[in-house]
Design a protein around this ligand. Structure first.
Ligand SMILES: [Zn+2]
Length: 379
């Protein structure tokens, strides 16, 4: 959705966090508009700044010092968060903090507005599409959890950042000359220790114990040796040939699956062959696992966690099909959109076909559908 297959330009912050990358699949040369903005707006200019809460104290729910928060290096769990590193210079430690703060969202908002201006978006004969991924709320969610004051404050700041961007669009493009879709690709599970303290069933997978249990059953079926290659997130990968050998021996794979399924926090265990044709399954956990399944890349066995449970060893994670993770908002605003609140089922996959319909385009192969009830016209 953000760039599609035929965009003119896609740019993102490098993994080293020290510069902007442009996609060579779309353009073979450095893009002047990106280079100009990043050269004149070094993110190191935010070094030494402080992230403080935007709103009055009474607006925040819960403690600032939340249980088991996992802030980035150099920070404590409580406000204010100063963006600076142990070396006294803007290095990777600083940039990780920056990326986990409202300063990164604000920077991206300014970057997006600058590109609208320099690329003359909305001023061409056709329709221009701009996709912006504000990814810092994700990082704050992982580190501090969805109930933290940090997450609450990120959205207070992001609200202003998006407001500033829309104000710029009003000036650059014209108030009734654009339509906006806003959604998220996932939520996040509360920090398990916080749920446990509140008396709920929650926790972290004991990965070592899970692997031991699988090894024990695999050894019983196939003989001595190392059978599990790795467990990554909810995916368990066997060493080469082991999964096929377990499948070939009657009862062997059942025993392994049973060993995993009986571990604390495990709701279901799926075998990879179960997921290949299950994207339309009525069983919601099976369908979700199938939609995430990528042959040749996903594990041999795939776990579904019970609500409140996860594989992450610290902070929190979004890798389940449970409601706290799966339920996200969808908002539209602007030309062609009928104001209101709609309770029909919808998914983020509906955003692209709906925006396309506003632009007079019918998508031939869309995963989602047009959210007609939110439109002022019949597409
Ligand atoms: Zn994430």
């Amino acid at each position: 959705m953000l760039a599609g297959h035929g965009a003119d330009l896609a740019t993102w912050l490098a993994n080293t966090l020290d510069g902007w990358v442009t996609s060579s699949a779309l353009t073979s040369q450095a893009v002047a508009a990106v280079k100009t903005f990043s050269d004149t707006n070094p993110l190191d200019a935010d070094y030494g700044k402080t992230w403080s809460r935007l709103l009055p104290d009474a607006k925040y729910q819960g403690p600032d010092d939340g249980l088991a928060e996992a802030p980035p290096s150099g920070w404590t769990p409580t406000f204010p968060h100063v963006l600076k590193s142990g070396t006294g210079k803007p290095d990777f430690e600083f940039r990780k903090q920056w990326q986990t703060s409202p300063y990164a969202d604000a920077y991206l908002g300014r970057f997006a507005a600058a590109l609208v201006e320099s690329l003359q978006l909305g001023k061409h004969g056709g329709i221009d599409v701009l996709g912006v991924s504000f990814s810092s709320p994700d990082l704050v969610g992982h580190a501090f959890g969805p109930r933290s004051q940090e997450v609450q404050d990120m959205y207070a700041h992001l609200d202003r950042t998006i407001g500033t961007l829309l104000d710029r669009l009003d000036v650059l493009v014209g108030r009734d000359e654009y339509v906006v879709g806003l959604t998220s690709d996932h939520g996040v599970t509360p920090i398990p220790e916080q749920l446990e303290k509140a008396g709920e069933d929650a926790g972290r997978f004991n990965l070592a114990a899970m692997i031991d249990a699988v090894e024990e059953r695999a050894r019983a079926a196939l003989g001595p040796g190392k059978h599990v290659a790795v467990m990554s997130g909810n995916d368990l990968y066997f060493e080469t040939g082991v999964y096929e050998a377990l499948r070939a021996k009657p009862g062997a794979l059942d025993a392994v699956v049973e060993a995993l399924a009986s571990r604390p926090g495990v709701a279901r265990v799926f075998r990879s062959e179960q997921l290949r044709d299950a994207v339309h399954a009525a069983d919601p956990l099976l369908r979700a696992a199938a939609l995430s399944y990528f042959p040749g890349r996903s594990g041999d066995l795939i776990l579904a966690a019970k609500p409140g449970w996860m594989s992450a060893g610290s902070g929190t994670e979004h890798d389940s099909a449970n409601p706290d993770d799966q339920r996200v908002p969808i908002l539209f605003m602007g030309r062609g959109i009928k104001p209101g609140e709609y309770s029909q089922p919808a998914t983020p996959a509906d955003v692209a076909p709906t925006l396309a319909a506003v632009c007079g385009i019918t998508m031939r192969q869309a995963e989602g559908h047009v959210l007609r009830e939110a439109l002022t016209f019949a597409p």
